[in-house]
Write a protein that binds this ligand. Structure first.
Ligand code: PSU
Ligand code: MN
Length: 335
């Protein structure tokens, strides 16, 4: 059944304004000045991940998308905080030069794809890292950022019931109080099992829009439903704020369908996804852990002659806009 958010009584505010929670961070965490200022003022901030840049998209689209997504967040009234690791230092908010540096390092094949298990080693060993959803959630939560926009959350891979290839993203969303806006989960995944897993972990899944269809990244539908939908930023922000008031450590997944202009391309891309998954099983790539997702994304890009990449950029730009709107609404609730 589809449950819609209704007008409710105003929620109570936090006891103290955020500015009085002046947090101390470990010495290897650099929060960009404007991000720090915004967080202290209770102003809206949107976290962005860097695995998309280092392992998700080819050059130069990775850099242009990182920059355009930041611009979109700003245009909608929030401060962007792209999160990544440079020489063992966690950057929360990266200036253009830092993004370029990360892009260059990834061209040279020197960047680690960092999920939760990689965080300690990459920092302690002074390496460069592109943070996946899971690692980005950790640092967003540490900094006090409430909203994170990206393309696709990781999840249960096809055959995951025997390979146990289940992304650390799911567990992290259960223990970081951050709203993650994505275009659903990657269509290369077993979407049904991913949703079951999120339910077990207690992570609410909402479609952001006027339908309860759970989107499948390149496509607005997956054949699965979300348990809720919201179609305004305030309702989304209220869910995050309600969980905070209950001291729940949990985040939420807001699944925003890819914009309508890209729906027509989705069946061709989906066919390429199916082919890439088949090939990955045949060539043994499907058992190669963290390499699986980048390989599949690259192969789908080849098979669609770049069509999947264009859709990928569009859906991320869309989640960045929605993320900024939710962050703005959330800051209105807590300020
Ligand atoms: N979806 C994309 N591009 C990506 C990813 C997801 O379209 O680059 C990345 C995200 O950073 C996500 C990660 O957190 O893949 C999941 O990887 P794994 O399945 O290895 O956990
Ligand atoms: Mn995996």
């Amino acid at each position: 059944m589809l449950l819609r958010a209704r007008r409710l009584l105003p929620l109570p505010r936090l006891h103290r304004p955020l500015s009085q929670h002046a947090p101390r961070f470990p010495p290897f965490v650099d929060i960009a000045r404007e991000v720090q200022d915004a967080l202290h003022a209770g102003a809206p901030v949107v976290a962005l991940e860097s695995t998309i840049i280092t392992h998700g998209m080819p050059y130069p689209t990775n850099l242009s998308t990182a920059l355009s997504v930041e611009g979109i967040v700003r245009a909608h009234g929030a401060i962007p905080a792209t999160i990544g690791i440079i020489e063992g230092r966690v950057k929360v908010g990266m200036e253009k030069q830092l993004l370029e540096r990360l892009v260059q390092a990834s061209q040279d094949g020197k960047v680690v794809k960092v999920s939760r298990r990689d965080v300690g080693p990459v920092i302690a060993l002074g390496k460069d890292g592109g943070t996946t959803c899971s690692a980005t959630l950790i640092f967003a939560a540490l900094a006090g950022i409430k909203v994170f926009a990206t393309g696709g959350l990781g999840g249960v891979h096809r055959g995951g019931e025997s390979s146990l290839d289940i992304s650390a993203d799911l567990h992290e969303l259960a223990r970081c109080p951050v709203g993650l806006v994505s275009a659903g989960v990657k269509s290369i995944l077993d979407i049904g099992r991913t949703l079951e897993y999120l339910e077990t972990l207690g992570v609410p899944v909402l479609t952001y829009g006027d339908t309860d269809d759970f989107p499948a990244f390149y496509s607005p539908t997956s054949g699965f439903k979300s348990s809720y939908s919201v179609n305004d930023p305030t309702s989304a922000a209220r869910i995050l704020h309600t969980q905070s008031l209950l001291s729940m450590p949990t985040g939420a997944l807001f699944a925003a369908p890819i914009p309508a202009a890209y729906h027509a391309a989705s069946s061709k891309i989906q066919a390429a996804v199916e082919q890439a998954v088949r090939e990955s099983e045949e060539n043994g790539m499907s058992t190669r852990g963290k390499e699986v997702t980048p390989w599949l994304l690259g192969r789908v890009g080849e098979l669609t002659g770049g069509g999947s990449l264009e859709s990928n950029v569009a859906l991320i730009e869309n989640t960045a806009k929605i993320g900024a709107q939710i962050a703005v609404a959330h800051s209105g609730l807590v300020k």
